[in-house]
Ligand binder design. Structure first.
Ligand SMILES: Nc1ncnc2c1ncn2[C@@H]1O[C@H](COP(=O)(O)OP(=O)(O)OP(=O)(O)O)[C@@H](O)[C@H]1O
Ligand SMILES: [Mg+2]
Length: 504
């Protein structure tokens, strides 16, 4: 095991960060050595991102010290940290959407590469060396969540960082992309780069890291070698007790037989651009339909087309029916009026208004429905609707009037879900519904999704994570190259069968 025995590259001594009188982290000691992969785990809101943002110069500690090579150091900006060799790949992308991939990667070192052509060639070579399939000349705003993550990683590598912090890097990656990412981590480690790996995917943390630190309610509750740790011991440290149901529930029992199912939505031979080549499938009331497939298989795009998120003038062919009536939406509001909502995978981009409070966000969504626009805006209703959903989804912040930017990543995701469900949809598409959500809260969100189907809603779940698809779905569709290529019932589906269909 490398990294053992050498002096810490970076340490935090008694790190505390106070927001509005409450401690986000409290007296945390942490250190990392060159060539070490250090896992950082804990529930949503435990303080993982806060600790790392302090290391990366994005925020400053209220008290406590940061040591680099044993010497006390302060970072006023991320640029200071970057100059010292510390880069953070954020949970929420920090890329500049209106610039190209290459510009984003090179950003901050422009002087080294002044010529555009050289910049694109360098970015291309770097991306290729990491097996990332991203066009360096593409505008970042046109990329999906996973590709944005790849650009962030390339940026960190390009800057020859001594410490790279990955905040939830694998949540958006497909199994194949994950293998490339793990490869990359091993290569960086071999070069002596120190790596902090924040993740809710505990198996990955166990597999990838040399040491692991657990935070709970802003305090460090465990730090030690990963060897000998199990998922159960990690969870016990995270939640402070044994969690009876920490894993995914068994596959669902098949619902009512075909004849009695009510077809709500029918997609027939829809073609749109390069991503949706020829999609056909149906969605039924009271049922959870899972859609699996690699990134680029068209699964997200078809959901966006149905829900009016992608403009209909890109549709080249095919028909979509809602309760037998043909539909074609140009904007999401039209779909919402008919009861169809799409819950985004990229919450930063179109999830919510960041500087507004939780209740304002949820209430604004409610007002965007035909029913909602008929009522008078009421502060009292706003706070009662807000509080209701905060409790239902167990959204946690250190302050009840917190703005979205003040929430941890997992709690932001819950607001995204609440925002859409307050619109009382009849058909709901969840795209990666538990991305960034901790082990305990995943079970809660899954229960919630099941209860929606039980109430008669037609639910579609798009997920890269096969255990999630398998445990939630009544029926599983597999998308490949813009087509639905396979359909399995919950009883006949398995990870192997789905993977095979997704690739071959
Ligand atoms: N700018 C801020 N203002 C106020 N409170 C904040 C701010 N940033 C974070 N917090 C609070 O600090 C606590 C720790 O948040 P942090 O983002 O570090 O959690 P996390 O461990 O990264 O969680 P997750 O797994 O959900 O990403 C949370 O209660 C959060 O609401
Ligand atoms: Mg976080």
């Amino acid at each position: 095991m490398s990294g053992q025995g050498s002096e810490p590259l970076v340490s935090v001594v008694q790190g505390t960060k106070i927001y509005q009188g409450s401690k986000a982290i409290s007296g945390v000691d942490f250190d990392i050595r060159p060539g070490e992969v250090h896992g950082l785990v804990g529930e949503n809101g435990a303080g993982k991102s806060t600790l790392c943002k302090a290391l990366a110069g994005a925020i400053s500690l209220s008290s406590g010290d940061i040591l680099l090579d044993g010497r006390k150091i302060t970072f006023d900006t991320p640029a200071d940290a970057l100059a010292a060799g510390i880069v953070m790949v954020y949970q929420e992308t920090s890329l500049i959407p209106t610039m190209t991939v290459a510009q984003n990667i090179i950003l901050g070192r422009e002087k080294v590469l002044t010529r555009l052509r050289g910049m694109y060639i360098a970015a291309q070579q770097l991306l290729q060396s990491m097996n990332f399939h991203v066009d360096p000349t593409a505008m970042v705003s046109t990329l999906g969540a996973a590709q944005k993550q790849m650009v962030e990683i390339a940026r960190a590598v390009h800057h020859r960082a001594r410490l790279i912090i990955f905040d939830e890097p694998t949540a958006t990656l497909t199994p194949e992309e994950k293998l490339h990412f793990f490869d990359l981590i091993h290569r960086l480690k071999a070069e002596g780069v120190a790596i902090i790996f924040i993740s809710h995917a505990l198996e990955e943390a166990l597999e990838l890291t040399d040491r692991v630190t657990v935070l709970r309610d802003g305090e460090r509750v465990f730090s030690g070698p990963t060897r000998g740790m199990t998922r159960e011991t990690l969870v016990r440290h995270m939640v402070g007790r044994d969690l009876s149901q920490t894993h995914y529930a068994e596959a669902r029992k098949p619902q009512a037989t075909g004849a009695r199912k009510k077809k709500v939505l029918s997609v027939q031979n829809v073609i749109m651009g390069k991503m949706v080549r020829n999609m056909s499938f149906s969605v039924y009331a009271g049922e959870i339909t899972g859609i699996s497939g690699l990134i680029g298989s068209g699964r997200t795009e078809i959901a966006k087309v149905v829900a009016g998120v992608l403009k209909r003038n890109f549709i080249y062919g095919g028909m979509i029916y809602l309760n037998g009536k043909p539909i074609r939406y140009r904007i999401p509001r039209q779909a919402i009026a008919d009861g169809i909502v799409y819950i985004t995978e990229d919450r930063k981009l179109n999830g919510f208004f960041e500087t507004m409070r939780i209740d304002e966000n949820i209430y604004t969504a409610k007002l965007a429905t035909p029913e909602g626009s008929a009522v008078l805006v009421s502060r009292r209703e706003q706070s009662s609707v807000g509080n209701d959903w905060i409790q239902r989804m167990k959204i946690r912040a250190i302050n009840s009037r917190a703005r979205i930017v003040e929430l941890s990543g997992g709690n932001q995701q819950k607001v995204v879900v609440a925002k859409s469900l307050v619109q009382k949809p009849k058909v709901v598409f969840f795209d990666e519904p538990t991305r960034g959500v901790d082990v305990g809260a995943i079970a809660e969100i899954h229960d919630f999704i099941r209860s929606l189907a039980a109430q008669g809603m037609a639910v579609v779940v798009i997920s890269s994570y096969l255990p999630e698809i398998l445990s939630l779905s009544d029926r599983i569709l597999v998308a490949r190259q813009g087509r639905i290529v396979e359909e399995f019932s919950s009883t006949e589906a398995s990870e192997e069968k789905i993977m095979y269909a997704a690739i071959h």
